[in-house]
Design a protein around this ligand. Structure first.
Ligand SMILES: Cc1cc2nc3c(=O)[nH]c(=O)nc-3n(C[C@H](O)[C@H](O)[C@H](O)COP(=O)(O)OP(=O)(O)OC[C@H]3O[C@@H](n4cnc5c(N)ncnc54)[C@H](O)[C@@H]3O)c2cc1C
Length: 268
């Protein structure tokens, strides 16, 4: 590990000012990705800005239209929150399936989204529900946030503050998980909103979460597993690694989508 300085601001304004005046600084939330990266000397930030003591980045608010979750909310809090489970059951279910209890009690929603690991769970929910990412500078739609492998629309020094998930009529999630870590080999998050608009997000299969528009169109006509059977998922652009080939992942996308729809239909 390279040596670095460490600060723990207590307000968002303070954190923003530190990040603005120290271009070499990096925010740290739960440290579940950043600390191993530092230990392996894959990053040399010079200054770590710990976000744990900033009240503005915490909190869960449920309104008639949205579930709003502070960036510092840990996965275990999302999984255990009864109001989230009532409003968007698939979101609480997804959070409860992330990693192991130790990681769930430290890892945060904001850290996971900023990292944009292709094998992470939350990008599926954010894209699959059409959520908004509220940052220290602006509000970014899900469709504009995830740019590629470990890459987002966040600019240097820009902090994720809150994630605003619209409440929908139905939503479901299924992932094929890597057994040792829980990371997503291939997953699918589906939702249908109150106007009947369907979103289908595929995570884990490619370098970055993506929407599957053929599935969306078929499910908009008939929100049932049989709609998926009429669609094709090609393997072009999907990942091949030690866990699965691109061709196998393409097959898993359809199976995950069918199971996500089944989950959504059973949830309410
Ligand atoms: C063993 C293991 C298993 C895991 N399994 C899964 C899994 O099954 N599914 C899954 O989805 N994830 C999994 N993860 C990832 C984990 O759940 C965390 O979400 C992820 O590591 C991010 O951790 P963190 O929130 O502590 O962020 P950190 O490690 O603190 O930060 C991650 C990155 O985000 C930046 N950052 C942090 N907060 C903010 C913010 N508010 N605004 C802007 N930038 C920010 C940091 O600078 C850093 O670049 C696993 C991790 C481990 C170690």
């Amino acid at each position: 590990m390279y040596s670095f300085d460490y600060v723990r601001p207590s307000t968002l304004e303070e954190a923003k000012a530190i990040l603005a005046s120290h271009p070499e600084a990096r925010p740290v939330s739960g440290g579940q990705t950043l600390l191993p990266t530092l230990k392996q000397r894959l990053a040399n930030p010079g200054l770590l800005v710990d976000l744990q003591k900033i009240p503005d980045l915490r909190g869960i608010e449920i309104t008639s239209t949205h579930v709003c979750i502070g960036a510092m909310t840990r996965h275990a809090e999302v999984a255990a929150n009864a109001d989230i489970a009532r409003a968007i059951p698939a979101l609480a279910y997804l959070a409860g399936g992330i990693a192991d209890p130790q990681v769930r009690h430290m890892g945060t929603m904001g850290g996971s989204l900023a990292n944009n690991d292709p094998a992470a769970d939350y990008p599926g929910a954010v894209m699959g529900l059409g959520a908004e990412i509220v940052t220290s500078r602006r509000t970014i739609a899900a469709d504009d946030f995830f740019l590629g492998l470990f890459t987002t629309a966040l600019e240097p020094g820009e902090l994720i503050c809150q994630i605003r998930y619209p409440r929908v009529e139905r939503a479901g999630y299924h992932k094929f998980a890597q057994p040792a870590s829980g990371y997503v080999v291939t997953g699918c998050f589906v939702s249908r909103d109150l106007q009947g608009q369907v979103r289908v997000a595929v995570n884990g299969a490619g370098p970055c979460v993506f929407r599957q528009s053929d599935f969306e169109n078929a499910l908009a006509v008939k929100f049932d597993t049989s709609a998926i059977d009429t669609c094709q998922q090609g393997s072009n652009g999907l990942n091949t690694d030690l866990h699965a080939s691109a061709a196998y992942r393409a097959q898993l996308v359809k199976v995950a989508a069918r199971r996500a729809v089944t989950w959504a239909l059973a949830a309410r």
